[in-house]
Design a protein around this ligand. Structure first.
Ligand SMILES: Cc1cc2nc3c(=O)[nH]c(=O)nc-3n(C[C@H](O)[C@H](O)[C@H](O)COP(=O)(O)OP(=O)(O)OC[C@H]3O[C@@H](n4cnc5c(N)ncnc54)[C@H](O)[C@@H]3O)c2cc1C
Length: 420
């Protein structure tokens, strides 16, 4: 829900998307699960229902909405406008974002290619990604080191002839299991002697390059999230040509920072879509069952759960929309605090809303007949993925102190006699 009036074009997209998600994506969720099947086959094919919905989204003009307006390849929306649409997709998180070619990690990766890629890289990787013909992964986290501090990353990217050799072990690489995953945007170190934020570089590693091995999918509370998954991946003497370097040696941090800002807002808005759906299910459920001579919805504590959920959801949404608006107006670099605040607040708020919804469903809430348990498991990972809560709160505090000090210094200059 927007706090400002949307343009007629975005309003039209919003209505179309709402209709697509409610009437085509959500009803397709069971079919998608059935088509995925069991065991190893879950990683070997893309359910046809997804391919059908992708075509449908293209026909409806609901394709590639994510790429901000500064890129000619995008749909021309602001981050704020896209955030509104992203929430709607979040109502069916396993189907709608992919159907609209707006799912992570592809969106962030496409943004990397659009922002930093050479013409050749764009042609080779961005174009097929924009067309939804391939998928991609972002490979940073490593099992051997605490990866929430990316200076710890120890994968090596070493010059060799007119290219680089990549050696390292990554894990939790989302999308790596997908049969169409064609490319890894990979972070490693090119220069161990450089300043600690200049040692890292990003190279594009084709998934079929000799030496790339997807070792195993990891599970999230038992969910494998097939067919894309989150995988352990080994790069063993993988050679890539020099033109696969992104932006330049030592500029890895620049690339990941450019990638993560808007992406975090997208995660937040999708999460709010999940919370909206959770709240809706909760409200429907509590009106249909009775305990101790009254509907569950009539017990005071349940009214409190509903009210608290709505208040939390609305407050969290304001925070995300403000961050999206700031990205549009002053750029992601100047909206770091707002992005970090949204990234911490939203998953926690959504988790508590989903938890209340699960509680209101009783045993059914933790089972497979509602999407709530699946949503909760996915949401719990967001307190860790893309940087754990503590890393963001640390950044919020540091920025806050810096801003307060700057304010104080300015005040002292203009009002030398002002008291504390
Ligand atoms: C479902 C899922 C998908 C993911 N997808 C990807 C992906 O596609 N690509 C990718 O590269 N990575 C991915 N990740 C990995 C994710 O980004 C990392 O797990 C995250 O950055 C944390 O790194 P770590 O696991 O090494 O934890 P560590 O760095 O070992 O940290 C462990 C814990 O220490 C605490 N901590 C850390 N720093 C501080 C601090 N400054 N103050 C206080 N406490 C602190 C935090 O609670 C943190 O959770 C994914 C993770 C999950 C769960």
């Amino acid at each position: 829900m927007s706090v400002v009036e949307l343009s007629p074009r975005v309003e039209k997209l919003r209505k179309l998307l709402e209709d697509f998600v409610e009437n085509e994506c959500i009803p397709a969720e069971d079919e998608y699960k059935r088509e995925l099947g069991d065991g190893a086959e879950r990683w070997q094919k893309v359910p046809q229902v997804m391919e059908r919905l992708k075509k449908r989204a293209q026909t409806l003009g609901l394709w590639n909405l994510f790429l901000p307006k500064e890129y000619p390849e995008g749909a021309g929306l602001t981050n704020y406008e896209y955030a509104i649409l992203c929430e709607i997709m979040g109502r069916s998180p396993a189907i709608a974002p992919e159907a609209c070619n707006c799912s992570a990690p592809d969106t962030g990766n496409m943004e990397v290619f659009a922002k930093y890629g050479t013409q050749e890289q764009k042609q080779k990787w961005l174009q097929p990604l924009l067309e939804g013909r391939i998928r991609s992964a972002f490979a940073m986290t490593e099992p051997q080191v605490a990866s929430s501090d990316a200076t710890n990353i120890c994968t090596r990217i070493e010059r060799s002839g007119d290219g680089y050799v990549v050696n390292g072990r990554k894990w939790w690489i989302s999308g790596a299991g997908h049969p169409n995953c064609a490319v890894f945007i990979t972070m490693g170190k090119t220069d161990l002697g450089a300043h600690k934020h200049k040692q890292q570089s990003i190279v594009v590693v084709p998934a079929d390059a000799p030496g790339v091995k997807v070792v195993r999918p990891l599970t999230v509370f038992g969910y494998d999230d097939a067919p894309h998954g989150h995988c352990e991946v080994v790069f063993e003497n993988v050679w890539v040509p020099r033109e696969n370097l992104i932006l330049g040696e030592g500029r890895g941090f620049e690339v990941i920072q450019g990638r993560l800002g808007p992406g975090r807002i997208h995660h937040c808005m999708r999460s709010l879509g999940m919370a909206e759906r959770g709240l809706e299910l909760m409200i429907q459920r509590v009106q249909t069952r009775t305990t101790f001579n009254r509907k569950i919805s009539e017990h005071g504590v349940v009214l409190d759960y509903i009210a608290k959920s709505r208040m939390d959801l609305e407050s969290a949404r304001m925070l995300v929309l403000r961050a999206a608006d700031m990205i549009d107006k002053v750029g992601a670099k100047n909206a770091l605090k707002e992005i970090a605040m949204a990234k911490v607040v939203v998953p926690n708020v959504v988790l508590s809303i989903l938890d209340r919804a699960i509680q209101m469903f009783g045993a059914a809430g933790v089972g497979q007949d509602t999407p709530l348990a699946d949503f909760w498991a996915g949401m719990r990972t967001l307190r860790i993925a893309d940087g754990p809560d503590e890393v963001h709160t640390r950044q919020i505090a540091q920025l806050e102190i810096r801003q307060q000090n700057a304010k104080l210094a300015a005040r002292k200059q203009t009002q030398p006699l002002a008291r504390l």
